[in-house]
Design a binder for this molecule. Sequence first.
Ligand SMILES: Nc1ncnc2c1ncn2[C@@H]1O[C@H](COP(=O)(O)OP(=O)(O)OP(=O)(O)O)[C@@H](O)[C@H]1O
Ligand SMILES: [Mg+2]
Length: 232
Amino acid sequence: MSTIETKGLTAYYGDFQALFGVDIILRDGETTAIIGANGAGKSTVMKAITGLIKTSPEMVFIDGAPCGGREAHTAIASGIAMVPEGRRLFPSLTVEENLLLGAHCARKGPWTLERVYEVFPGLKERRRLSGTALSGGQQQMVAIGRALMSNPTSLLCDEISLGLAPVIIEDLYRNIAKLKEEGLSIVIVEQDLVRAVSVADRVYCLMEGRVSLEGRADEMSLAAIRNAYFGV
Ligand SMILES: Nc1ncnc2c1ncn2[C@@H]1O[C@H](COP(=O)(O)OP(=O)(O)OP(=O)(O)O)[C@@H](O)[C@H]1O
Ligand SMILES: [Mg+2]
C-alpha cells in the first residue's frame, strides 16, 4: 500500500520545459484520472513517477519518502507498475513470455500467470501466440497483465483505450474496476473525459504542463472539466 505524491514537479526534455510545478496526490486504493489534451504533460508525469525521466528527489514522494530521479527499475520494488502508452509488447515473444517478463524482479504477492489468466481468460487460449498477433484489445490486456505480474500496489495506465472499439473499451474498464476492488491504486490517463470522470474517485486536469483543475470526480461538473481541458 502506498501513497504517491508529486510536489512542485518540473520536467524538461533538453531545453524544453514540459511540466511547471505539478502537485498531484495518488491516494492509496483510489482511482485517479489524469486528463488533458495532447502534449499537456500526462505521460511526463507518469514517467517522472516511475523514474523514466530524471527529477530531483523532493519532487516525487512514496509514502513520504523522497524518491524522484531514482533508477526506473526500482519503481517495481516500491510497488509501482506502468502500462505504457502504445502497449510496447515484444513481437518476438509469445503472450506468455511477455507476461513472464513482468515477473522479472517482481515483488511477492498474489499475481501469478494463473491469476492473470483468470482475469483475462482470452489470454490463456492465446498464450502460445506472438503478443502482437492479437487484436488491439487483447494486446492491451497483455500489457496490463504484464504490469500485474510485478505485484504492484499502484498501476499507472497510460491511454489504455486509445484506438480500441467501444465494446472492448467497456470490457477493459470493467477489468480495471475489478482491480480496484482488489485494493490496487490505479491511475488512468485518458482522453475521453466522460469515461475518465466516471471511473475515477479523483481527477486532475493538466493544461500545458500545469494542473488546471483537481478534485473529487463526483463533485466536478463536465462544464468545469471542459473549461480546464480546453482552456475556453
Ligand atoms: N522525448 C521527448 N522529447 C522532446 N519533447 C517531448 C518528449 N516527450 C514529450 N515531449 C513534449 O513534452 C510535452 C508533454 O508531453 P507528454 O507526452 O507528457 O504529453 P501527454 O499529455 O502525454 O500527450 P499525449 O496525449 O499526446 O500523449 C509535449 O509538448 C511534448 O511534445
Ligand atoms: Mg501521453
